[in-house]
Ligand binder design. Sequence first.
Ligand code: OGA
Ligand code: FE
Length: 290
Amino acid sequence: MTTTTTTATTSSDYIPRGPTTAELTFYAPPPDNSAPYNYVESPPPGQPARNYPEVPHRVTLNDIRGHESQYNLDKDSFQALQNITSAATYSTFDSDDSVRSIYYPEVEQLLLSTIPGSRKIILFDHTIRRQKDGAPRQPVTRAHVDQTPRAAADRVKLHIQDPEEAEKLLAGRYRIVNVWRPLTVEPVQSAPLAFASAASVDGEDLVPIEHRYPHRTGETMGVKYNPGQEWLYWSGMTGDERLLLKCSDSKGLKDGDVAQWVPHTAFWDERTPAEARARESIEVRALVFD
Ligand code: OGA
Ligand code: FE
């Protein structure tokens, strides 16, 4: 008797890989030349949530898969790490408490062992994103950098209560690094993250935007489109991979000799199958001190 086994590679399993093009959303200045802002929560009555327009541009995106080691934080402001062991399981990410007690210690150790010179880490925030109706946070489809240099310095003052220690740390090298990973073991199939190597980004294209929370105002950066920007993505990221996104580096600001920031945004890849698994991810934000 003969049995025929068919291993169906259904199109719903397909992971988009290799070079592609996609429309990314970029910053454009307010038409009345006023200072740009956006409200993190609902704006005051009569005010728009943001006062600046956004413009789509189609860009080429290259896949860093297979070339991970060519990129690093000092040159590109991002770094791709593989084969990371983790005690966190899918359900660890169901509660902020278990994220802090189980996942945070791993992230701290990972940063200390990966970033040469780093001696002190403060994990100050994390965001879980699920590409699902009703999810509190969705992927962000807007090119941005999380902080301006001023906002990074403010973060140091916010999280280091002792003013003398804050002053000391502000005089040394401090960086803000996001540690991004999917929640699933299975590869990201939909809404991957795009990022532009800092080596290809002109600082003139980054525009400070007031980021108005209910109780304080932060500052993020919008990204103007520039054909010189080299956009990349990491196809099919798995649960044992980590993408480090460095949003600020005081050494780059002071000496200009290392990368300072990495513009990034989620994107829709037209090759994504209709039945694709929804992207679920976490980014942990870290202050990294030398
Ligand atoms: C980030 C970020 C967007 C996303 O990690 O800082 O902007 O869609 N993420 O994951
Ligand atoms: Fe971001």
